[in-house]
Design a protein around this ligand. Structure first.
Ligand SMILES: Cc1cc2nc3c(=O)[nH]c(=O)nc-3n(C[C@H](O)[C@H](O)[C@H](O)COP(=O)(O)OP(=O)(O)OC[C@H]3O[C@@H](n4cnc5c(N)ncnc54)[C@H](O)[C@@H]3O)c2cc1C
Length: 256
């Protein structure tokens, strides 16, 4: 049985880095949660043991599910149905396997149902998923958009979205527009505050967005009317359950 973790010594090597002791200490904040969650590590050895176990599971999912599905996903591809993206059937099976294995929300705090793993473990898992199917890595890897929410969003937004990402919601980062690529300060998608709905309403076009029909999207939009540069922009959360996005077409991006 192929296992992309246990079969690859080059990946396992990262866990032997002397900096791991410091990384674990910082991520676990002196093991402050050891009595609050039964799956929180008690000490360094305990943390390393759980990283290895989870990465071994990730390696198995890569070897047994994602890699064998990759060719079929390339042949079938995603499609647009009723203005939304339907993944290839292999992509759906990949996502189900990833969620069943508990590999969503890897770096998020336990408070939001995450594993609270350091980025180094997430990057290792990403590497394995990419080796199995580089296109699928672009979907699964976008869970790190939740890191941005965890760092900068209000508690209300975090409580609403982070547990959903930990439960397998996919993410997207919507920056690029037809006239704003390298020059993101030129973004024109307009955000207007609605007193009536007590929310921001977004109006405009994005393009080239990887997994652009994902469940949780971070959208760069112009919130300050009359501005023309980056100072009038803000990042907003778009929730697919609220509707409003129409996918016109799927780009033929090589490998995605
Ligand atoms: C595979 C793929 C995945 C992507 N995924 C996402 C995503 O998930 N979310 C998202 O928001 N965007 C995504 N993008 C879009 C990507 O961020 C943009 O393509 C990128 O920012 C470049 O913008 P552009 O395509 O409009 O090109 P332009 O900005 O028009 O650039 C065209 C050319 O002009 C050059 N150029 C531009 N400005 C200057 C300058 N001032 N001086 C000299 N040369 C310059 C560039 O180097 C380039 O060669 C993706 C793109 C690709 C190809």
């Amino acid at each position: 049985m192929a296992n992309f973790f246990s079969d690859n010594k080059d990946l396992q090597f990262h866990l032997q880095h002397p900096a791991m002791r410091k990384i674990v200490e910082l991520k676990e904040r002196g093991f402050a949660e050891k009595d609050r969650y039964d799956y929180a590590p008690q000490n360094f050895e305990d943390a390393m043991d759980s990283y290895r176990k989870v990465l071994d599971i990730a390696g198995e999912v890569c070897g047994e599910v994602i890699a064998p599905n990759a060719e079929g996903v390339d042949h079938e591809g995603p499609r647009v149905v009723n203005d939304h993206v339907e993944y290839a059937s292999g992509t759906v099976r990949n996502l189900e396997a990833i969620v069943a294995a508990g590999l969503s929300g890897m770096t998020l705090p336990r408070k939001y149902d995450g594993l609270n793993f350091p980025l180094v473990c997430f990057v290792m898992a990403n590497e394995m998923v990419a080796r199995a199917d580089a296109g699928f890595e672009n979907i699964w890897g976008l869970q790190d958009c939740a890191e941005t929410l965890n760092e900068f969003a209000s508690e209300e937004i975090k409580a609403k979205y982070l547990p959903w990402v930990s439960a397998g919601a996919t993410c997207a980062m919507d920056l690029t527009e037809p006239d704003a690529g390298s020059d993101l300060g030129a973004v024109m998608l307009k955000a207007t505050w609605s007193e009536e709905k007590q929310t921001w309403l977004l109006n405009g076009v994005k393009r080239f967005i990887t997994n652009g029909d994902g469940e949780v999207s971070l959208v760069l939009a112009r919130t300050e009317e009359g501005t023309t540069d980056a100072r009038g922009l803000s990042m907003l959360v778009y929730d697919k359950r609220d509707g409003g996005v129409k996918v016109r077409r799927i780009e033929n991006k090589l490998g995605i």
